[in-house]
Design a protein around this ligand. Structure first.
Ligand SMILES: NC(=O)c1ccc[n+]([C@@H]2O[C@H](COP(=O)([O-])OP(=O)(O)OC[C@H]3O[C@@H](n4cnc5c(N)ncnc54)[C@H](OP(=O)(O)O)[C@@H]3O)[C@@H](O)[C@H]2O)c1
Length: 287
């Protein structure tokens, strides 16, 4: 009999890649805010009684990084308390909890890729709320796997690649920050890594992103070169400070994938290869 897999946030950027990645081998139950508000403990308990999951892949989250500075309570309610509600149900039901953390739990001043055991130092309300989610998992007593990741893009919802492509198509000016370093990661590759980690029976905190590192500016240059090889599109490099965004971001936060490699025996493909495949699939889909 197939194991039962509950996916929260199933229509979000990542959840939309998780659901098809597991459908062949699991009985997948996809849910979203309309089915269950994770901030309501009674709703989460009801969901567990109905779905009886062996595994929960918890993708539901508050992800509006800048808005979180003025909606701090909501960010903590969804990411902290909401994750606690899910984790406590997992502990009671004996279900494995798989969830996703962020590089924004780090301050990003280390000068080398971040290891799982590095000291956390969130610079924003969103980062703090994601740290609260990690603590909720650890305190719940559930068997859990928390995969920290970064700079996600995918076919569902808006993201950096589609935003750059849209602006370039309209001939709008492109100004992109060149003083933050991380690694763009295709949500599909993260869904694949999630499956590999579950199959390896991994628990605790594990870092995953695509391979290598870059800045948002270099990433934007790669996107336009790949999508519009016959056009010259100017992109202006700007500083993060010049954008005066509400939330601070880490300057240097690539994630070290050594532990992921050790657990799965799999080497994440480079960010350029993943982004290239995504850009071509998107341009084909839109033509
Ligand atoms: N995107 C990134 O670059 C990134 C980077 C690092 C880590 N992560 C983490 O990866 C995970 C998935 O992120 P994502 O980018 O897929 O996020 P997303 O696209 O914003 O999806 C989040 C989903 O959660 C749902 N949701 C929000 N509040 C809820 C609530 N109270 N109850 C139930 N569902 C609720 C949303 O529903 P509605 O759309 O209806 O509100 C949405 O479907 C999150 O834990 C995120 O923190 C993301």
């Amino acid at each position: 009999m197939k194991k039962r897999l509950l996916v929260t946030g199933a229509h979000g950027l990542l959840g939309s890649e998780i659901v098809p990645m597991f459908r062949d081998a699991f009985e997948v139950v996809p849910v979203d805010l309309a089915h269950c508000d994770i901030t309501a403990a009674a709703e989460v308990s009801r969901l567990f009684r109905e779905a009886r999951p062996d595994i929960v892949i918890h993708c539901a989250a508050y992800t509006a990084v800048d808005r979180a500075e003025t909606e701090r309570e909501k960010a903590f309610l969804v990411n902290g308390q909401g994750t606690r509600n899910v984790a406590e149900c997992c502990a009671r039901a004996g279900s494995l909890l798989v969830t996703f953390g962020s590089d924004y739990v780090f301050g990003g001043m280390g000068g080398r890729p971040c290891l799982e055991g590095d000291e956390t130092h969130p610079l924003s309300a969103y980062g703090e709320s994601k740290l609260a989610a990690e603590r909720a998992c650890a305190e719940s007593g559930a068997k859990f796997l928390s995969i920290r990741t970064q700079w996600l893009y995918g076919a569902h919802g808006r993201n950096f690649i589609t935003a750059i492509l849209d602006r370039a198509k309209k001939g709008e000016a492109l100004r992109v920050v060149d003083d933050q370093t991380g690694c763009p990661t295709w949500a599909r590759d993260l869904a694949d890594a999630t499956r590999r980690l579950i199959e390896a029976d991994a628990t605790g905190i594990v870092h995953f992103s695509n391979g290598g590192e870059t800045t948002w500016f270099e990433f934007a240059r790669m996107i336009v070169a790949e999508a519009f090889p016959d056009r010259t599109i100017e992109i202006a490099p700007v500083s993060t400070a010049s954008l005066a965004l509400p939330a601070s971001r880490p300057t240097y936060s690539p994630l070290d994938k050594g532990y992921y490699r050790q657990l799965t025996g799999h080497d994440p493909r480079g960010w350029q290869d993943a982004a290239r495949e995504f850009i071509h699939s998107e341009t084909e889909r839109q033509s």
